[in-house]
Design a binder for this molecule. Structure first.
Ligand SMILES: *Cc1c(COP(=O)(O)O)cnc(C)c1O
Length: 437
């Protein structure tokens, strides 16, 4: 039946359902491809409600991947793809695995990973699909069938089902738990390494990204674990490159305190660090393994590296990001630009948006608190500003031409400007006009 018109003889005009094809064609200006419109038309007719097509078109359009305005004040919003990052590379061929100097086969790990290594002071680096795969590859490449010593206080679960003990099992390495949940010392690691039964190949530190253990606690520093006689791997997760944030003219923001950084973790004696590309690094989804050149090369040679390799789009985009870090240009990295905007600037924008929206009289300029998010820096908040609207308008904001993701606190809808790029303020004004009665 797909796409066929009903013959005229089938029914009288009054009860004849409209032709699927004709109905689909009438929706052409929705911009959706014809086969999708045919499905919509057929479903609407089958439901006995041809008029429902425009609603169905809206529904389908809203189900597609698209840009949205993050007005939640959560800088790394997992549901919104964590860090906002755009590559400006036009579609074209790339020398992904071609050495332009020699004309020979090259390596996709020769460009962005090298620059990222430079940016965090590592000898070498490779990039894989995400940090979970980075951990997996390091364990499989360096400790398959052997022991990996990890503190009982760091057997974490990060969001989305990343659980250290399970990743360990999948990699083929054996988890050797050391210490206790709240207190682990260097001696606990040293004992595990000395125990021949454990056959420890690696010691691993895992950053407690999304929780805190407080009270009677103790954990060895990276420096203390750097001379155990086995390589030390630190999963720092968040991807902060350098504690000193040389890419910010204002220096490191106070809320970053105690967040481990790749450069300092390597300086303190870790042989490898692994981290995400789309958390505090501010780039696309990726996982970076950086540090000792021999260990990095060993990971790169493992067959899993082929399965976990990133595509050219991600590598091209990471290369731009690494260049921004090397130029110390935090302004070129949306995450850092948004994270470091002074509150006064956000307030001035809030006033301007309120004045520009024809329904702006319903808004109040308010102080808010933004959070880094993305499972990083639990409990950290910093000052922000935005607009408040009485009542819950979350769905109306999501339905606007440029969907706006707002949050609701005590029956008040908050639009936080910390996470909205100023270039989107005009779209936000239109969204307010469409969302607020
Ligand atoms: C976020 C995180 C991961 C997982 O990173 P993905 O890039 O999401 O795979 C692993 N380890 C730590 C410590 C993390 O914070």
């Amino acid at each position: 039946m797909l796409g066929l018109s009903y013959p005229d003889s089938m029914a009288t005009p009054a009860e004849r359902p409209p032709s699927v094809d004709k109905l689909a064609r009438s929706l052409a200006n929705s911009g959706l491809p014809h086969p999708l419109l045919v499905d919509i038309a057929r479903e609407a007719i089958a439901a006995g409600d041809p008029a429902s097509v425009s609603h169905r078109v809206d529904e389908l359009q809203r189900s597609l991947l698209q840009p949205v305005l993050n007005a939640t004040g959560v800088l790394l919003h997992t549901n919104l793809g964590r860090a906002p990052w755009a590559s400006t590379d036009a579609g074209s061929y790339r020398n992904l695995e071609l050495d332009l100097a020699t004309g020979d086969r090259g390596s996709r790990q020769a460009h962005a990973p090298k620059l990222l290594a430079k940016a965090c002071g590592a000898e070498a680096a490779i990039v894989v699909n995400n940090c979970a795969s980075a951990v997996m590859l390091v364990l499989a490449g360096l400790a398959k069938g052997r022991g990996v010593a990890v503190s009982r206080g760091e057997l974490v679960e990060i969001g989305g089902g990343f659980r250290v003990p399970e990743v360990m099992e999948q990699s083929g390495a054996n988890l050797i738990e050391v210490g206790t949940t709240n207190r682990t010392r260097r001696a606990d690691f040293a004992n595990a390494v000395e125990n021949a039964d454990h056959d420890v190949a690696l010691a691993m530190q895992v950053h407690q990204s999304n929780y805190k253990i407080v009270g009677f606690t103790e954990a060895p520093t990276t420096a203390e674990l750097s001379d155990l006689g086995v390589p030390l791997v630190a999963d720092i997760g968040s991807g902060l490159l350098d504690e000193a944030c040389p890419w910010l003219t204002t220096g490191p923001p106070p809320w970053l305190k105690n967040e481990p950084a790749a450069r300092q973790t390597l300086d303190a004696g870790a042989d490898l660090v692994v981290f995400s590309g789309d958390k505090l690094l501010g780039g696309p989804q990726a996982g970076i393994i950086a540090g000792d050149a021999d260990l990095v090369a060993k990971c790169a040679r493992h067959p899993l590296a082929r399965a976990l390799r990133p595509g050219g789009l991600v590598l091209a985009s990471l290369q731009q990001l690494a260049m921004a870090y090397l130029r110390r240009d935090g302004d070129a990295i949306p995450f850092w630009r948004m994270a470091s905007v002074p509150v006064d600037e956000l307030k001035a924008r809030a006033e301007a948006i309120k004045a520009a929206a024809t329904k702006g009289h319903a808004a109040t300029v308010v102080d808010t608190m933004a959070v880094p998010g993305g499972g990083t820096l639990p409990g950290v908040e910093f000052a922000s500003a935005g607009l408040a609207f009485a009542g819950n308008h979350r769905e109306a904001f999501r339905s606007s031409a440029m969907p706006v993701i707002a949050r609701v606190v005590d029956e008040t809808t908050i639009v936080d400007l910390r996470t909205v790029d100023p270039s989107a303020d005009e779209a936000l004004v239109s969204a307010i006009d469409s969302a607020i009665e």
